[in-house]
Ligand binder design. Structure first.
Ligand SMILES: [Zn+2]
Length: 222
């Protein structure tokens, strides 16, 4: 937390909130931080995190040049000498017991909708039974893109876009057939999670975990 004094009020607020959660989980450093896309609710806290924790690498998808919040994040990364990597579909991170596959963005075409440029990934962990335990982290990717990037069968789906009705469509739910769906959502005026999304998830028999009800959700890897 040595550089917290340099942080702005808003960064300080974020890092203190994140620190409380992350430190309680026993995490003292972060090997990887992903700035999924240039939406404040996904990246505003990152400058504070970069100041508050040792971070190994920062990943971005769309390196948008006219977004002040993303620009602040990139400046902080440079100042803290955190390597920046622009990731694309096909990029992969493999460490013992864990593989992270980047499925989106492809990088050749950018949408004017930041959500559609979200870095979306699957995370795979081999289980004792010789199978893969699989989850997907989708940022705010919308339907139908979420169903077209090749997620395959999942054990856990982290619902895109906080349970927005424009994501977690029937196509992605029937493709991934998750046992559990995690919705990261706080108090909001957008109506997240939307009742139709909850109904679609219920229709495929998955259990819903909502951070606005359960708080921080810690998911043990097999
Ligand atoms: Zn969002």
């Amino acid at each position: 937390m040595g550089n917290l004094w340099q942080a702005s009020d808003s960064e300080r607020k974020w890092v203190l909130a994140l620190a409380a959660g992350v430190l309680l989980l026993g995490v003292r450093k972060l090997d990887l931080v992903v700035a999924t896309h240039a939406d404040t609710d996904h990246i505003e806290g990152i400058s504070g995190v970069l100041r508050g924790f040792p971070v190994g690498e920062l990943w971005v998808g769309h390196l948008k040049t006219d977004d002040p919040v993303l620009t602040a994040v990139l400046l902080t990364a440079r100042e803290r000498r955190v390597p920046l990597r622009e990731v694309r579909r096909g990029d992969q991170l493999k460490v013992p017991g864990l593989t992270l596959n980047v499925l989106w963005p492809p990088g050749n075409v950018w949408s004017t909708e930041d959500n559609d440029n979200s870095v979306s990934m699957t995370l795979e962990v081999p289980t004792a039974g010789g199978k893969l335990w699989r989850t997907a982290i989708l940022g705010d990717l919308a339907d139908p893109a979420e169903a077209l990037i090749g997620l395959g069968k999942l054990d856990l789906l982290k619902a895109a876009h906080h349970g927005s009705r424009f994501s977690s469509g029937e196509a992605v739910l029937t493709q991934t057939r998750p046992k559990d769906v995690l919705i990261s959502v706080g108090r909001n005026t957008y109506g997240h999670p939307h009742p139709t999304v909850l109904a679609r998830i219920e229709a495929v028999g998955a259990k819903v975990w909502r951070t606005n009800q359960a708080g921080t959700v810690r998911w043990p890897l097999p």
